[in-house]
Each structure stands twice: as structure tokens, then as C-alpha cells.
Design a protein around this ligand. Structure first.
Ligand code: SF4
Length: 375
């Protein structure tokens, strides 16, 4: 079984108005303390999990904004992961960043050290929408950062976009898609805006300063993304993800294909050997506990085979290819959920072709409701 490693780097310069991830505003002293604690966490897990027998097939530094850390620190993290946990020679090694946090020199150093996939949070290419979400830099930074990435040698480049933003229209969304495509990425992720507790948009919505999400418009924007991206040679392989042939994200596929992953850094989640657990979403406590040689683990939960099967089914249905109902990861869950699945098929949300069960176009619009029915 492949195993991946996710490292949460909990720093940003400011918090975007839609964002509810765990993070702190970047400060050099906090970042230094975090890196030292993370290196200890990696070493403690190497001792605890002995994943050495199965080198990591993927490594994903997400956040937050990992590229805010100095390149030397990022390379040190990669080196320690390699020596302590083992990384397969052909591993996919991704780093996330924002357009205003990367330099050509920094990216060159990361590429030379082994990072081979870059994911930039573009979100929107429209200036007014960037201001609306709280991004300080203008849209010029986007093309500039992609230029840095190209010259540094990154060919496996992802751009993240968001639709359903306040004030966004079909025309402005098309502009963002066109500008993203003009940068020739290998992968594009399009996420529907979700107003999460802890975000500024959540507060604004409750105060009545921001209108409720317009679901009908969001569905039209999703349709525009599907036709624009698939018409430009991308395959939609997951509800929110599109890739040129051979460039689907191997790390994220682990989540959808019942793979194992270890998550390190505050708020990261793991699923290893049938056990789910998290890391405390509290940087100060994280640093303090690791300083004493203790792992800051929380919410440990052993999943029984039935729970594991349900998870594999629900996550697998997010893939356009769906799930193989004979696969050992899902077959018992499919059998147990037969009455619900029959109803969802009758309602036109699910379809089966041979042994593959998948969401229909209609079902993909209500994937969260399908998940609730099946869990
Ligand atoms: S969306 Fe990304 S850049 Fe913005 S605050 Fe959240 S993690 Fe940071």
C-alpha cells in the first residue's frame, strides 16, 4: 500500500476572507520554533511507525503558505523526511504557495532539492475579486510567479481557483479560467466557495453584510469550468480537480482511494493502519509538547472494517471513475448500503456500468448529500 505524508505549515501573511484553516500570521520566531518542533515530530513518528519499509510515495507541504518558510528550512524538512521516513525515488513532492510568496531563486533551490510539483493558490485572476477576498497583491503577481516557476524548472504546476465568490459573475469566472489556462498549468483545482465558521465571510454573512451563497449561480459556474477545462484538454478526474494526461495529483488520490497518509504539523490529520488521528490545532502547545519529546496527537480513533468500507465508498465516489464494487476496500460497504444505493440510482444520482459505481452529472452536484446518506 502506498503511503503519503502531509505536512501542515500553519503560516500566512494575512488571512484570506474565505479561509478557515488553522494558521497563524507569519513571524520569523514562530516559524523557527515550528520547524524545530516539526523535525522532532518527524523523528518521533519514524520511531513509532517504522514506515521505512514502505517509503513515502508522496509528500505534500500544504497550509497555510509553506513558501513563506525560507528555502533552507524547507530543504532541511525534506532532507529529514528522506532520512527518517524514506521517500521513494519517484515520489511526487508537492509544495503549496501563493503568487506573492515565491521567488525564482527560492524555487530553483526547492526544485534542485527534489520538490517536483508546485501548487499556487491563484483563487481568482480578477482584481476586484482579489480585493474582496483580502489578497493584497494585484493579479500581475500571478503571471510573474508562474514565470519564476517555469524558469526554476517546475513543469508539474497546479493552479487553485474558487468560484461562487461575492460579486463573481459568469463572465468574470470565465476570465479567471482563461487567464489560468493561458499560464499552461498541468493541473487545475476549482473549489466551490464554502462559508466556513472561523472565516471573515462567515461573520459577514451572519451580520447581513454578505449575501447568502447563490447555489444556482454556483452550479452554472461549475458547468462553465467543466466545459472550459475539458474543452482545453484537461480530464476531470475528481469533482474539483482537472489534470492534463498523467498529471493527476497522486497525493490527493490517496485520500479518495482509501490509501494511507500521515499528517504532521498543527491540525493535520492521519489515517494509518486503520487508525485516524489528528495533531492539535494549536501551535504553542505543539511546540511545547514536542519540546518535551511528546507527540501532540488528538482524536485517536480506530475504525472498524465497516467504517473503513463506508469511508472508502464515500471518498471513492468523488472520483469520476467511481469505485469498483468488487474491490475489497468497498465491496462490504456496497452490500450493506444496497437499499440506499438502489434509491440513489432510482433518483438518478448514481449509475453503475459493469462493476463500476459512480455519481451521475446530477449526483455530482449533490455529492455532499450523497455522502450524508451513505455515512
Ligand atoms: S487561503 Fe491560503 S493563503 Fe489565504 S489565508 Fe488560507 S491558507 Fe493562507
Amino acid at each position: 500500500m502506498p503511503i503519503g505524508l502531509y505536512i501542515h505549515v500553519p503560516f500566512c501573511r494575512t488571512r484570506c476572507h474565505f479561509c478557515a484553516f488553522y494558521l497563524r500570521i507569519y513571524r520569523d520566531d514562530l516559524a523557527q520554533a515550528y520547524v524545530q518542533a516539526l523535525l522532532k515530530e518527524i523523528r518521533l513518528h519514524a520511531f513509532r511507525l517504522t514506515t521505512r519499509d514502505t517509503p513515502l510515495s508522496t509528500l505534500y507541504l500544504g497550509g497555510g503558505t509553506p513558501t513563506l518558510l525560507p528555502p533552507d528550512a524547507l530543504i532541511q524538512i525534506l532532507d529529514v523526511v528522506r532520512s527518517e521516513l524514506g521517500v521513494a525515488p519517484d515520489a511526487e513532492i508537492t509544495i503549496e504557495g501563493t503568487p506573492d510568496s515565491v521567488t525564482e531563486e527560492g524555487l530553483r533551490a526547492l526544485k534542485a532539492a527534489g520538490f517536483n510539483r508546485l501548487s499556487l493558490g491563484l483563487e481568482t485572476a480578477v482584481r476586484d475579486e482579489l480585493v474582496e477576498i483580502g489578497r493584497r497583491r494585484a493579479s500581475d503577481a500571478i503571471a510573474e510567479s508562474v514565470g519564476h516557476a517555469r524558469r526554476a524548472g517546475f513543469t508539474n504546476l497546479n493552479l487553485d481557483l474558487i468560484y461562487g465568490l461575492p460579486g463573481q459573475t459568469e463572465r468574470s469566472w470565465q476570465t479567471s479560467l482563461d487567464q489560468a489556462l493561458a499560464l499552461n498549468p498541468a493541473h487545475v483545482s476549482t473549489y466551490a466557495l464554502s462559508v466556513e465558521a472561523g472565516s471573515r465571510f462567515h461573520v459577514d454573512t451572519h451580520r447581513g453584510d454578505l449575501p447568502e451563497l447563490n447555489e444556482a449561480l454556483a452550479l452554472r459556474l461549475e458547468d462553465i469550468a467543466v466545459s472550459c477545462l475539458t474543452g482545453s484538454g484537461f480530464e476531470r478526474y475528481e469533482i474539483s480537480n482537472y489534470a492534463r494526461p498523467g498529471y493527476s495529483c497522486r497525493h490527493n488520490r490517496l485520500y479518495w482511494e482509501a490509501g494511507e497518509y500521515l499528517g504532521l504539523g498543527p491540525s493535520a490529520q492521519s489515517y494509518v493502519r486503520g487508525q485516524r488521528f489528528g495533531v492539535m490545532a494549536d501551535l504553542d502547545r505543539y511546540v511545547e509538547l514536542l519540546g518535551r519529546g511528546a507527540l501532540p496527537i488528538c482524536d485517536e480513533q480506530w475504525l472498524n472494517p465497516a467504517q473503513r468500507g463506508k469511508d472508502a465508498l464515500v471518498f471513492g465516489l468523488r472520483l469520476l471513475a467511481g469505485v469498483d464494487i468488487r474491490h475489497r476496500a468497498t465491496r462490504d460497504a456496497v452490500e450493506a448500503a444496497e437499499p440506499v444505493l438502489a434509491r440513489l440510482k432510482a433518483e438518478g444520482w448514481l449509475e453503475q456500468e459493469g462493476t463500476r459505481l459512480r455519481l451521475t452529472d446530477l449526483g455530482r452536484q449533490y455529492a455532499d448529500s450523497v455522502a450524508v446518506e451513505l455515512l
